[in-house]
Design a protein around this ligand. Structure first.
Ligand code: HEC
Ligand code: HEC
Length: 222
């Protein structure tokens, strides 16, 4: 797709510069072509991000970040600032766990700041595919734990930071619609201190395995 955008632009310009035509005849068309190019810059920015995402990210994260393989997190509808901060974290090898490093570090290191920002803006706007229906009893239990005050821990409840419908905000990630397997893995990593970040997630440390499964089931089907 990248090639076709570039080809179209090249086509526009070269078609107007064919040497067999008188030189003066090319000028008005060239001015028009230039105007079209400038007008198209904003739209092209969004299109370029989609092209980049397809080329470098979709293989694992699925088209538009709506993948079905639960091994890889969904990116569709994720908070822009969170994506930016995660990509920075992946690029800093001292901060990430080995699993994340294996999959994401090289990819993240190859992105320029401008590419990071445009990819984050792109994924934040992709409509989120609705998940299949889940086990409602388990989800209900997860919902209770999600909003539970600091009953079994010294941290805040999840809802205090991740929000009422788990949509996240700014650097706090959206959890709604994320694959349960992935969420369970991240919660397990928090517990052992392997997904490192500035938030201690002290509240997660005391969650038992059953709580984690219920939370993940609730969040996946939100
Ligand atoms: C080879 C597979 C692969 C490719 C290609 C890939 N990713 Fe990832 N990505 C992963 C895996 C696996 C994880 C989960 C890592 C973990 O467990 O923390 C991940 C995690 C992420 C996260 C964190 C998501 C979250 O909810 O915390 C972001 C953001 C991300 N990738 C963005 C990208 C972008 C943008 C691209 C393209 C430039 C990309 N990835 C390409 C495999 C991949
Ligand atoms: C004090 C605010 C706060 C509270 C309370 C909190 N979180 Fe978080 N959570 C965050 C932030 C900030 C991040 C992003 C960390 C990073 O940059 O990697 C995060 C990340 C996560 C992630 C990783 C998401 C991803 O896409 O990789 C999961 C899962 C998660 N939180 C679940 C929970 C659950 C479940 C609870 C309640 C038991 C909870 N959090 C409570 C702030 C909070």
């Amino acid at each position: 797709m990248e090639a076709s955008v570039a080809d179209n632009r090249k086509g526009l310009l070269t078609a107007d510069l064919v040497p067999s035509r008188p030189r003066w005849a090319a000028w008005p068309a060239l001015v028009v072509a230039l105007g079209l190019l400038l007008a198209g810059t904003a739209a092209a920015g969004a299109q370029d991000a989609a092209v980049l995402a397809n080329a470098r990210c979709s293989g694992c994260h699925g088209e538009g970040g709506n993948n079905v393989d639960s091994f890889f997190p969904r990116l569709a509808g994720q908070q822009k600032d969170y994506i930016i901060s995660r990509l920075k974290g992946f690029a800093d090898v001292k901060r990430v766990d080995l699993h994340a490093q294996f999959f994401m570090t090289t990819t993240a290191m190859r992105l320029s700041q401008a590419q990071v920002e445009s990819l984050a803006a792109y994924y934040a706007k992709v409509p989120v595919a609705s998940p299949p229906p889940g086990d409602s009893a388990l989800s209900k239990r997860g919902e209770v734990i999600y909003s539970r005050p600091t009953a079994n821990a010294n941290g805040k409840p999840c809802i205090a930071c991740h929000g009422e419908n788990a949509l996240g905000a700014g650097a706090v990630p959206r959890l709604a619609g994320q694959h349960a397997d992935y969420l369970e893995r991240q919660l397990a990593l928090f517990k052992v201190g392997l997904h490192r970040n500035d938030v201690a997630h002290a509240n997660v440390k005391n969650l038992i395995a059953d709580d984690i499964v219920a939370l993940a089931a609730y969040l996946e089907h939100l």
